[in-house]
Design a protein around this ligand. Structure first.
Ligand SMILES: [Zn+2]
Length: 237
């Protein structure tokens, strides 16, 4: 992908995917770095399900709005400060998926319990402070919690994923919620006893990450599915 319009199309589609697949409803956003710059495309302040490739904002890592019409999402600082801290990251999703939020509120870290969870073999750190990320300082805090990782759980709030492109960040967000949903079901089936869950060992998790992780070949197949399905689903999933 080389041109601006393709990247804009991906950003809008990523936003619609996270809404159509129930990761966010009225709130949440996906963005992509403009390659080789400190600037990124992000949707305007409306449901991600309504994102439009021709109505994106261009914002830089200092939070300056450089192009586009409309109001920025109040939490654009998550994107700005992760891009500032992580030159390797070119795509970010911030969403509010219910199973991930539930895990944070019962004090359970994410565990790899099926193949698509392998992307998170190195663990998903938690950002414990509640509330919205509406300042540069809080954006920096989230970036610090993320560290060199690919995702961060935000307690009572949601998740942020950070990958080499917006497609992988979007697929990863879907995988993380699927994984957290399974973990919740397993916990319930096990009477709430986390020790009964046969979570993958680190070696097993790395094996399935290499086979099915969103940074690998599977990303294009998963993106093909999620994007095609998102175009078919009605607003509201
Ligand atoms: Zn949020």
């Amino acid at each position: 992908m080389n041109n601006e319009q393709d990247l804009r199309h991906d950003v809008a589609l990523a936003n619609r995917i996270i809404e159509r697949f129930g990761l966010s409803a009225a709130f949440g956003h996906a963005s992509a770095r403009i390659p080789g710059t400190n600037r990124f495309y992000i949707s305007t302040r409306r449901s991600p399900g309504l994102a439009d490739a021709n109505k994106l904002l261009t914002i830089d890592t200092d939070g300056k709005i450089l192009d586009g019409e409309g109001t920025p999402n109040s939490e654009f600082w998550i994107h700005a400060r992760i891009y500032a801290a992580r030159p390797d990251v070119n795509g970010i999703v911030h969403a509010h998926p219910l199973a991930c939020i539930s895990l944070t509120q019962i004090g359970q870290p994410h565990r790899v319990v099926h193949n698509q969870g392998g992307a998170f073999a190195d663990g998903v750190p938690e950002y414990e402070r509640i509330g919205l990320i509406r300042s540069r300082e809080l954006g920096d805090e989230v970036a610090r919690s993320l560290g060199k990782g690919v995702a961060v759980m935000m307690r009572g709030h949601g998740i942020s994923t950070a990958f080499q492109d917006v497609r992988a960040a979007t697929v990863a967000a879907c995988f993380l919620e699927e994984s957290a949903g399974l973990q919740m079901r397993m916990l319930a089936a096990a009477g709430g006893d986390a020790r009964k869950i046969r979570a993958f060992t680190r070696e097993e998790a790395i094996l399935v990450r290499d086979q099915t992780g969103p940074a690998g070949k599977v990303a294009s197949r998963a993106w093909e599915y999620y994007s095609a399905a998102a175009e078919q689903k009605p607003l509201g999933g």
